[in-house]
Design a protein around this ligand. Structure first.
Ligand code: CA
Length: 227
């Protein structure tokens, strides 16, 4: 069971997150101010923090820095506006991901799952295997049938994002948010272009895919072609 700390001053949003995450089997604690949240991080050592950036006492970015001074606990930021500079500052300060209000609960829980998967793998630093593909996040290396792949930064991030959900269809919007940090306004064409480069490096084509399977109108999934 995963314990999640929700730091959010808006009572209705706080209650909705508490209920929704509890319904999905998480243990949830809440804090209404930044200081109370920091105390809970230090005292209760939750597995993940959901942090609203607009808090009444301390700026959310400052809270991230204070948490990061002593902890590598995963942090997902919640923010009211789709404000790119703030988001970039939050990520630079050490946040792992973000959700923009108004959000659907499913978006939050999907991010929670993805961030927890990443942090667990980071802790064990085990490579991901999909067929003959091997992806190692800590060293940012990948190989196919034992041959190292030479991937550009975004290509690696894209492959990793798909490998973390191997077998699942991942929407291009999710990929834009995770790989390019563009939740809205990003062009899906960006994803298509990088997918075609990645395909080339994996020695396959869109017409004859092996690992990268496009699902029309939905997204793309990484599959094991050897099964
Ligand atoms: Ca707020």
């Amino acid at each position: 069971m995963t314990s999640i700390l929700v730091i959010e001053d808006d009572p209705s949003i706080r209650a909705a997150l508490e209920q929704g995450l509890a319904d999905r089997g998480h243990t949830v604690q809440t804090a209404a101010t930044g200081i109370a949240g920091l105390e809970a991080v230090l005292g209760d050592r939750p597995d993940l923090v959901l942090l609203d950036l607009g808090l009444p006492d301390v700026d959310g970015i400052t809270i991230i820095s204070m948490i990061r001074a002593g902890s590598s606990i995963p942090i997902i930021v919640i923010t009211a506006v789709d404000d790119d500079p703030t988001m970039v500052r939050a990520l630079d300060s050490g946040a792992d991901d973000y959700v923009v209000k108004p959000f659907r609960l499913e978006q939050v829980t999907a991010r929670v799952r993805a961030v927890l998967r990443r942090s667990r793998r980071g802790a064990t630093s085990e490579p991901i295997h999909v067929g003959e593909l091997q992806i190692h996040a800590p060293t940012r290396t990948a190989s196919l049938a034992g041959q190292p792949l030479s991937l550009a930064r975004r290509e690696f991030d894209l492959l990793l994002a798909l490998a973390e959900r191997a077998g699942e269809v991942v929407s291009k919007r999710t990929l834009l948010a995770e790989v390019w940090q563009q939740a809205d306004g990003g062009s899906e064409r960006t994803v298509d272009v990088h997918l075609s480069w990645l395909r080339h490096k994996l020695g396959e084509t869109a017409a004859e895919p092996r690992y990268l399977e496009s699902v029309r109108g939905v997204g793309v999934r990484l599959v094991d072609p050897t099964t």
